[in-house]
Design a protein around this ligand. Sequence first.
Ligand SMILES: [Zn+2]
Ligand SMILES: [Zn+2]
Length: 414
Amino acid sequence: MDRTDDERALAAQLLAVYRDLHAHPELAFQEVRTATKVADRLRALGYAVQTHIGKTGVVGVLENGSGPVVLLRADLDGLPVLERTGLPYASTVRARDASGAEVPVMHACGHDVHLTCLLGAAELLARSRQDWSGTVVALFQPAEEAAGGAAAMVADGLFERVPRPEVVLGQHVMPMPVETVAVRAGPFMAFSDRLRIVVHGRGGHASRPETTVDAVHLAAHVVVRLQGIVTREIAAHDAAVVTVGSLIAGAKANILPDTAELNVSVRTLDESVRESVLAAVERVVRAECAASAAPRPPEFFHEQRYPMTVNDAGATERVAAAFARDLAGVRVIDPGSVMLSEDVSELSSAAGAALVYWFIGGFESVPARSFDFRRPPAELPSNHSPRFAPAAERTIGLGTRTLTSAAREWLVPR
Ligand SMILES: [Zn+2]
Ligand SMILES: [Zn+2]
């Protein structure tokens, strides 16, 4: 495809923005530098900018005559992951997490792609403002990674401070071929519940286990037994995932600890399945504690609940039609419902707006034509991998075009 000088110049600028954001990732609710960069660029484009909504959130509003209000959303935060992409602009950043521990930080989920694409779309929409009327709200939320950034913006009076949108549009880069977009009407992404569970034993000397209640042994049984919930208690036609992502217990071979901590992620696509799984997790943990003769009952901390992401049927049809019309050479697929989770629907629910959320591909090694979302090639690194490295220029080009195309579907041509 031939590009104009303008398009080439914008692509080069966005690539520089992306490399800078990628090299300087920040953890949830610490996105001060990123928020400042985003706000400065929006102001330069003529957006009315508000900062510090929900701690580090940024919103730019472009009012351009009468017509629908369209909200475009990106997320600001990186992850505590040590980058191993080998890229010349790889992150070497370290920071303190919410618990005070020093951790490496990486844009391992691709939120730097989302930020750059939204800045690109904000620019294209500002440049073409003589062609449309309506209002564009470019929203950059903090802390998407399981920390509730969207809800924090809503609680901070987001929709008293910016116009209430008719539609909320957002996207996520995925391990799919670049030039592929995945979108689905209805239930799209899962409920996510994160539990921190503390089980209590009685510590002591490793040589005298009979004088202790071994919290390590107890926790190990919990881990194994929890995997029976999905296989033995949930119907094959229902979907659920129970993952123990972290198990923390003890420090030395010769000391049995007093406690063990498990951090559990539960994903479901149906409220009644969700309730069954959560109840089963609690039952299994309590029963294993009883089986070990734990001196105290376990403690449960429900640290995060993300709602299901449900795309509005009518609005999704409009977005799919806009992509088919505007994105020549891009393959649009239906990925089915997935067990990933997002907090973007906190925004659409609070605004009473329709939601359309989709995935964009970011990788060149796989041919788009034969790609099957449910069976990705093993060599494609998933989001949160230390090797997650989208093909920057083409991915940003695609994501800028998808956001612009979807937004223009609502903005009134003139
Ligand atoms: Zn993520
Ligand atoms: Zn993400």
